[in-house]
Design a protein around this ligand. Structure first.
Ligand code: CO8
Length: 371
């Protein structure tokens, strides 16, 4: 069995972004149009009047201030309210693969080796733009990697599940180095007309190179990886290839992201806190001695609570890294952005935790130590 390290990470950030004020302005203009257009039916009680959104609510309830998006013009147009992403021909790199390749190139440059040392590509994300050929194989082709690749989806936990899969391939000798790519175009599946969730997500891509320890220079020892899933209906994406087959349906219905945010909050915080503390104990680690938590980035209040439960004190900003104010929830990429952005100050031997949680429910813990 071979031990594995996180050898390098990479980040792609879209060039366009939308602030809360801009998003709320678009949402409230849509509400105004809706309520005016349907005034008679609203008065007759046949259609429900929509309520406006507010910047203050969004920031207080979530901690989110802005988000990057692949396309801004569609998102802020009250008559459109989704990103406008032109379809590409089969001969062009798909947009998911394109941003995945950009993040992967950043990781490969930081690694200092070339792509020929990579044997496998895992594209791990919460949405795939098509069923096949796999985005991972497209990314593999674009980077000239000789080996194998496949897509996997575990919603917000896709990156940690991908890292564990990579570490297991390293352990069993299936690969010397694995590229895990997380292209998250969440805006494509977010209902920008839903007051409860229109502000939640952002777009980004991250990449992680997991490598055999005996071939690595520097990086982060992976001390332990653990995965957990518990079925829940509280976060759902019912879009799928069978939608068009439902009797009475006219083609695939527009089934977007839905959640019971309060319930998710209440149920996931204890589940994840307990998982972290137990996994740390099983590895012989004192969770209160961790230098840093790079948690999934969905909600600042969730991260504050989990941080307190794990560290046993009020965590400082350095101990509990928050990037969701700038990026919003980028699904699987969130904890990787946090790790990528805030790890330079670690001394050899210092330990931290990458942790994801989200739909499924799913959660993943990856304890790492600076080499
Ligand atoms: N503006 C003003 N007021 C609002 C708004 C708004 N936009 N939205 C709701 N309100 C009002 C409500 O009507 C309610 O009013 P009242 O009290 O009068 O009924 C009040 O504000 C409180 O509403 P909530 O209870 O819903 O507010 P919360 O404090 O719970 O905050 C959150 C809502 C921010 C959603 C919070 O519950 C949360 O973040 N929960 C955790 C969610 C989470 O972690 N989800 C993970 C999902 S991600 C995942 O795993 C899958 C990723 C897949 C990718 C997705 C691609 C799209």
């Amino acid at each position: 069995m071979h031990a594995a390290v996180i050898a390098a990470t990479g980040l792609y950030t879209p060039a366009e972004w939308v602030t809360n004020a801009e998003l709320v302005e678009a949402f409230n203009a849509f509400v105004e149009i809706h309520n005016t257009r349907h005034a008679a039916k609203i008065a007759a009680g046949e259609v429900e009047a929509l309520a406006p959104s507010s910047v203050e609510f969004i920031e207080k309830a979530s901690g989110i201030k802005s988000r990057y998006v692949m396309n801004r013009s569609g998102v802020v147009d009250p008559e459109v309210m989704h990103p406008l992403i032109p379809e590409r021909s089969n001969d062009e790199l798909s947009i998911m693969a394109e941003i995945g390749v950009a993040a992967a190139k950043d990781a490969i440059a930081r690694w200092g080796k070339d792509a020929s040392h990579i044997d496998a590509v895992v594209c791990a994300a919460s949405n795939m733009q098509r069923a096949y050929p796999a985005m991972a194989i497209e990314i593999q082709e674009a980077l000239g990697i000789d080996g194998f690749g496949f897509d996997m989806n575990v919603a917000c936990s896709s990156a940690t599940f991908g890292i564990k899969t990579a570490a297991d391939y390293i352990a069993t000798g299936s690969a010397r180095a694995v590229l895990v790519v997380n292209p998250e175009i969440t805006s494509g599946h977010l209902n920008f007309r839903d007051r409860d969730s229109h502000f939640i997500f952002g777009d980004v891509a991250t990449a992680v190179i997991v490598e055999r320890t005996d071939q690595a220079v520097g990086g982060w020892d992976i001390l332990g990886t653990r995965l957990k899933t518990v079925f829940s209906n509280n976060i759902r994406n019912n879009f799928g290839f069978l939608n068009r087959t439902a009797p009475g349906s006219e083609g695939a219905a527009d089934k977007l992201f839905v959640q019971e945010g309060r319930k998710v909050f209440r149920e996931v915080v204890p589940m994840v806190s307990e998982m972290i503390v137990t996994h740390a104990a099983d590895l012989g680690l004192d969770p209160t001695a961790l230098k840093r938590l790079w948690l999934h980035q969905a909600n600042i209040n969730m991260n504050d609570l989990i941080g307190r439960r794990v560290l046993g004190r009020e965590p400082t900003a350095e101990e509990n890294v928050i990037i969701l104010d700038e990026f919003a929830n980028t699904s699987s990429a969130g904890s990787i952005i946090a790790f990528h952005r805030a790890n330079e100050d670690f001394e050899p031997g210092e330990t931290g935790l990458i942790c994801s949680f989200g739909a499924g429910y799913s959660a993943g813990t990856v304890f790492v130590r600076r080499r």
